[in-house]
Design a binder for this molecule. Structure first.
Ligand SMILES: Nc1ncnc2c1ncn2[C@@H]1O[C@H](COP(=O)(O)OP(=O)(O)O)[C@@H](O)[C@H]1O
Ligand SMILES: [Mg+2]
Length: 247
C-alpha cells in the first residue's frame, strides 16, 4: 500500500506541476488578449475611417500580438489535453483488468506525465518497433513503465538521454529503458530488486521490487545491464498473451 501511495503521490504532484505551466501560459494569454481588445476598441472609437484604423501602427501591433498570443493559448490548451489523455490512460484502467493493451500508448503516457522532470535537461528517444496489442494487466504494466522511467530520470544528474526501445520477438515483446545516468555499481546489482533497497535520499526503494513482482506475475523476465558513470539498461520481456491470474 505504501508503495502505491508513494507512486500515486508522486504522480499527482507531477501532474499538478505539469498542468500548472500551461494553465499559467493560458491565463497570461487571456490577460494579454483582454488588453489588446481594449486597445483596439479605443483605436476604433477614436478613428474616422477603416483606413485610418488599418494604418495605425498601434492597431497593427495589437493585431500581431493577438495572433501570437492566440497561438500560445492553443499550444497551452493542447498540452493540457495531452496530459488529461495520459491521465485517463492511467485512471480508466482497473487494477483487476486483464486486457488488450497498446504498450506504446502506455509508454507515451508515462513520458508525458514525467515531462516536468525532463525539461531541456533530458532528451527522450523512442525507437519503437512493431508491437501487437499485448494481453496483460494494463494498469500494472503502466506501473512497471512508470517505475523504470522514473529511475532512469533519477539516475541522470545533469544532462542525458533516455531511450525507450520496443520490439517483438516471436511470441514475446521486449521493452527496454536505457539511461545515460550514473550507473549501478556491481556490488549493488544483486540488491536493487530487494524491497526497501535505495541509494536515493528521498527514495523508498519499492520501485524495482514492484517491477519484479509484476513482470513475474505476467510470466516475463527482467534483465539489467549497467556500467558506473555510463548508464543502465533495464529490459523486460513479456509474452504477448501474458499469463493471467488463473493460468
Ligand atoms: N536506472 C538506474 N540507474 C541507476 N541506479 C538505479 C536505476 N534504477 C534503479 N537504481 C538503483 O536501484 C535502487 C532501487 O530502485 P527503486 O526500487 O526504484 O527504489 P528508489 O527509486 O525508491 O530508490 C535505486 O535507489 C538506485 O540505487
Ligand atoms: Mg525508483
Amino acid at each position: 500500500m505504501t508503495e502505491k501511495m508513494a507512486s500515486l503521490g508522486n504522480l499527482v504532484a507531477g501532474v499538478a506541476h505539469e498542468i500548472n505551466n500551461p494553465i499559467g501560459a493560458f491565463n497570461s494569454a487571456a490577460d494579454t488578449l483582454k488588453r489588446c481588445i481594449e486597445r483596439v476598441t479605443q483605436i476604433v472609437v477614436q478613428s474616422e475611417t477603416g483606413n485610418e484604423i488599418q494604418e495605425n501602427v498601434h492597431y497593427q501591433r495589437a493585431v500581431q500580438l493577438m495572433n501570437n498570443t492566440t497561438d500560445n493559448a492553443v499550444v497551452a490548451g493542447s498540452r493540457v489535453t495531452r496530459i488529461v489523455e495520459s491521465l485517463k490512460h492511467f485512471a480508466h484502467l482497473d487494477e483487476a483488468d486483464y486486457q488488450q493493451t497498446d504498450l506504446h500508448a502506455a509508454l507515451d503516457s508515462v513520458v508525458t506525465l514525467r515531462e516536468h522532470d525532463l525539461g531541456e535537461r533530458i532528451a527522450v528517444v523512442r525507437p519503437y518497433g512493431d508491437l501487437p496489442l499485448v494481453i496483460c494487466y494494463a494498469a500494472e504494466l503502466n506501473q512497471v513503465f512508470m517505475n523504470l522511467f522514473s529511475n532512469a530520470v533519477d539516475s541522470i544528474e545533469r544532462e542525458g538521454e533516455i531511450t525507450i526501445r520496443t520490439e517483438r520477438d516471436g511470441e514475446e515483446v521486449i521493452v527496454s529503458v536505457t539511461d545515460t545516468g550514473e550507473g549501478i555499481p556491481p556490488e549493488n546489482l544483486d540488491r536493487i530488486f530487494d524491497p526497501g533497497f535505495t541509494t536515493r535520499g528521498v527514495g523508498v526503494g519499492l520501485g524495482l521490487s514492484t517491477v519484479y513482482r509484476i513482470v513475474q506475475k505476467h510470466g516475463g523476465q527482467i534483465d539489467v545491464k549497467s556500467r558506473v558513470n555510463e548508464g543502465s539498461t533495464f529490459t523486460i520481456q513479456i509474452p504477448i498473451v501474458a499469463q493471467g491470474a488463473d493460468e
